[in-house]
Design a protein around this ligand. Structure first.
Ligand code: NAD
Ligand code: GLY
Length: 370
């Protein structure tokens, strides 16, 4: 088992990574389940795949699970579901010192974490991430949120979990497309600040995606350790360090907005193309070698991910995509910081990017290969 400490000031916690953690949930929670009754929030797909395992794991140790099974999908991260989930937790008699379990992907983790942050001004919660994206990114670091009419993740709180148990066995039931989408966030860590890890991904990514358990454990643990270092240094994203985790996300969010946050383009798929765009934009500005940018696109192609804008069949131009960026929550006094690269593993935050130039670049990309 890999155990990664997340040293946030005042609330340090651990991320445990291994196959089989859910089946042995109670010992792995190490005394945190202090009452017989255990509240668990999940979604319908995860409940179908893992509900019985978790139910048995709890009952075998004398606990009584209380399930709140929400619809799967991004629409669950909404005001009405937040309100009804908080009401449900109150009905369950959850106290501040109790731990609510969040069993699922980023949607369940973000919603449950936010509910926990406001319940009685903050109760404890444990992340049980079941997607690759949630294991390497969303379950770690304490960002919680819901979506509103104005956009994604615009209402939320920083609220760290008490523990994260990343059961690698959960990835066995994850749809392949979701697994690939999460893989983009693994690659991201290499591109941000770890060229050796990117090279490892080039060598081992296909085996990891095909199910190699040793590679999965290495990739998840390595990614979490990278994120833990960043979060420990800049928990609230007040210096430029944590913002590096947004590599590919500014371009990616524009693509998600243009495609209506739909199944046409999953978040991780948007991030994958976004990372290629960030790299090519950096190369176009003379910051990094063009060959390095193309290496990123080639790796995403090699693992079966879309890496080119034209593969999305968008009916818009670069200005329309850049216009989506105006609503980005990172916009600060009329400036949108972009994560650019000086090479693979050398990301930095650039606050001087012109959106007109980004629009022109996106037009070039839309015409690429036409
Ligand atoms: P998700 O939670 O919607 O899960 C993807 C799909 O896989 C869903 O249909 C789900 O039911 C299903 N699923 C999950 N685990 C499964 C399993 N083991 N077996 C079978 N099916 C399973 O999506 P996601 O990609 O995990 O998370 C995306 C969300 O995370 C977005 O809302 C995004 O904003 C958020 N996010 C948050 C952070 C953060 O730091 N808090 C970081 C990145 C993304
Ligand atoms: N996923 C970006 C962050 O946690 O900051």
């Amino acid at each position: 088992m890999a155990v990664i400490p997340v040293d946030v000031a005042g609330r340090p916690y651990e991320v445990r990574v291994e196959a089989g953690l859910l089946a042995e949930l109670v010992p792995n929670c190490r005394g945190r389940l202090r009452k017989r009754s255990v509240p668990i929030v999940t979604d319908a797909n995860v409940h179908a795949a893992w509900g019985e395992v978790v139910e048995t794991a709890l009952r075998d140790h004398g606990h009584e699970p209380h399930w709140r099974v929400l619809p799967a999908g991004e629409q669950t991260k909404a005001w009405d579901t937040l309100a009804s989930t908080v009401d449900w937790l109150l009905e369950q008699g959850v106290e501040r010192g109790d731990h609510v379990l969040a069993l699922g992907g980023g949607v369940i983790g973000d919603l449950t974490g936010f509910a926990a942050s406001i319940l009685k001004r903050g109760c404890q919660f444990i992340q049980l991430p079941t997607t690759l994206l949630a294991q390497v990114d969303s379950s770690v670091g304490g960002k919680t949120a819901i979506n509103t009419r104005a956009g994604k993740n615009l209402v939320g709180a920083f609220h760290q979990p008490a523990l994260v148990l990343a059961d690698l066995a959960a990835l066995d039931t994850l749809p392949e497309r979701e697994l690939r989408a999460g893989y983009a966030e693994v690659v991201k860590y290499g591109l941000i600040g770890d060229a050796d890890f990117f090279a490892w991904c080039e060598d081992n990514g296909p085996a990891l995606l095909s199910g190699n358990s040793r590679d999965r454990e290495y990739a998840v643990a390595h990614s979490v350790a990278h994120k833990a270092r960043i979060v420990a240094e800049d928990e609230r994203e007040t210096t430029d360090t944590r913002a590096l985790l947004n590599l590919g996300h500014t371009f990616g969010h524009a693509l998600e907005a243009e495609t209506g946050y739909s199944a046409h383009l999953l978040h991780g798929e948007a991030v994958a193309i976004g990372m290629v765009l960030a790299a090519r934009y950096s190369a176009r500005a003379g910051l990094m070698p063009k060959v390095s940018a193309e290496r990123i696109a080639a790796h995403l192609d090699a693992v079966g991910m879309r890496s080119e804008l034209r593969q999305l069949d968008l009916a818009c131009d670069g200005s329309a995509l850049a216009a989506h960026m105006l609503h980005d929550k990172k916009m600060d006094s009329g400036t949108l910081p972009f994560v650019l690269m000086k090479g693979i593993g050398k990301a930095y935050l650039d606050k001087s990017v012109s959106l007109d130039d980004v629009a022109a670049f996106l037009n070039e990309e839309l015409a690429r290969g036409a």
